[in-house]
Design a protein around this ligand. Structure first.
Ligand SMILES: *Cc1c(COP(=O)(O)O)cnc(C)c1O
Length: 452
């Protein structure tokens, strides 16, 4: 029975994935309405397991957003490499508590190996500590907790024991293009969203390093590798040089952009980033592993351990339990998805994935320009910011394309302009998908023009 059930789940998933490129990228209104089928009272008695999977498939699958397909360009969302879906299924079947070698020897081993591979492929300090968290938000939260720990410890303050009331001040610097989740992390750490110093950015969204105030050893500078709209990189190498001279902490939010370091054509954008103190990135965006999985990397093992360990804060070193480096206590074996992706792709495959998406983004941008649209950013990476000739028309175009269903992208505000953003982040996207999407965009433009 349970074998049959798993086979049924497999077959339904298989059917979904083999049809995902033919379904509307965003569900139609009727499919959304059908979701009311889930609004049932809590059953008094248990229901048939196969029927449960059936309902999930029949009502649920058609109301999914087809981000696993090849024409989803919204936010920054990657697909999942098939090998990572398979590994994820197996790890789910194993149901390991991936907290330490005591609760799961296999998860512990694979995550330790994966940590080294990540430091290798991203070319970060090989002795750095690595933690597997839910996403870049939590990775930044975790890294900034380590920063807070170290800065206050130097001032003779134990923040884990005594909290922040009465603690010495920490100066936090971000840019005016800081990702909202960095502010969220700061708010959760008691460092505040509003008491930060915001540094202006250039036309492409990179921090203006000339506007940095004086730094000291009680300063955290939050930098960005890959602006969520434009893909721009802060001048992190220069910032690190200035910070290191005075002992300030530099954090890199590289949710997707950190992967530029693995690309032969784009590594130049991320040069010098290895000098930072901590880094946040995602598996589930550009490495194309399933949700959810992010990675925190921290140069100072002791700072991360001191901030995250539940036991007495002495250094256990790299043999320590993985749960001592992350906020979670129990957790699933997230590293396995990343291990599978890295092993499947290899160094040249990761390069091809990242470089390939960037090439497709350039191709896409040229096509959009040829349609008479404005490219508002310097397309340095995989992100394109686009507008039409007025805010109204830009909005109408987004609506028109979303309704038609061939592809999907969403609105954004870029440097005060109404625009839309396209992200090329999936292994599945091909030139043909871009051509189909350009055609859908052109058709929507013609329709709107005909109305006026
Ligand atoms: C997506 C993103 C985040 C947040 O990452 P999650 O994985 O969603 O938590 C942070 N910073 C940037 C630049 C991002 O693109």
């Amino acid at each position: 029975m349970s074998n049959e059930l798993l086979r049924d789940a497999y077959e339904r998933s298989e059917r979904y994935l083999s049809g995902v490129d033919r379904q509307r990228v965003f569900p139609a209104a009727s499919e959304l309405t059908a979701l009311t089928g889930f609004e049932e009272p809590f059953p008094e008695t248990g229901q048939n397991a196969q029927d449960i999977l059936g309902q999930l498939d029949e009502l649920g699958a058609s109301a999914t957003v087809a981000s696993a397909g090849s024409r989803y360009f919204g936010f920054v969302v990657g697909g999942s490499l098939p090998v990572t879906v398979g590994a994820n299924w197996m790890a789910t079947a194993w149901d390991q508590v991936a907290s330490s070698s005591v609760t799961s020897p296999v998860a512990d081993k694979i995550e330790k190996v994966t940590s080294q591979w990540l430091l290798d492929v991203l070319d970060l300090p090989r002795q750095a500590a690595v933690g597997f968290v839910t996403g870049a938000t939590m990775a930044t939260f975790t890294a900034l907790a380590a920063a807070r720990h170290k800065i206050l410890k130097k001032q003779g303050w134990n923040v884990e024991e005594d909290g922040l009331f009465g603690a010495p001040e920490i100066k936090v610097i971000v840019s005016d293009e800081v990702h909202v989740t960095v502010l969220k992390a700061l708010s959760m750490l008691g460092l505040g969203k509003s008491r930060v110093i915001k540094i202006p950015t250039d036309a492409n969204g990179a921090m203006d390093v000339g506007k940095l105030p004086e730094l000291n050893d009680q300063t955290i500078v939050c930098t960005q590798a890959g602006n969520v709209n434009s893909g721009a990189f802060d001048p992190i190498s220069e910032i690190c040089d200035r910070a290191q001279a005075v002992g300030a902490w530099v954090h890199v939010d590289g949710a997707f952009g950190l992967w530029a370091r693995s690309s032969s054509s784009k590594a130049y954008l991320a040069q010098g980033m290895e000098k930072a103190d901590s880094w946040a990135t995602d598996g589930h965006k550009w490495l194309n592993t399933p949700y959810d999985g992010g990675v925190v990397v921290c140069r100072d093992d002791e700072a991360l351990y001191g901030a995250m360990s539940v036991s007495a804060a002495y250094l256990k070193g790299r043999e320590g339990a993985s749960q001592s480096y992350i906020p979670e206590f129990s957790k699933r074996a997230r590293g396995i998805d990343i291990w599978a992706a890295l092993k499947f792709l290899g160094r040249d495959g990761v390069d091809d994935l990242i470089s390939g998406c960037c090439e497709l983004a350039e191709y896409f941008a040229k096509g959009l320009e040829a349609l008479g649209l404005n490219i508002l950013n310097d397309v340095v990476l995989n992100q394109i910011v686009v507008s039409w000739d007025s805010a109204e028309r830009t909005e109408a175009l987004i609506q028109g394309v979303q309704q038609e269903g061939t592809c999907w992208f969403g609105p954004t505000i870029w440097k005060g302009h109404n625009a839309f953003r396209l992200s090329v982040s999936s292994w599945k996207i091909t030139h043909q998908d871009i051509d189909l999407s350009l055609k859908a965009i052109e058709d929507a433009m013609r329709k709107i023009e005909a109305q006026k």
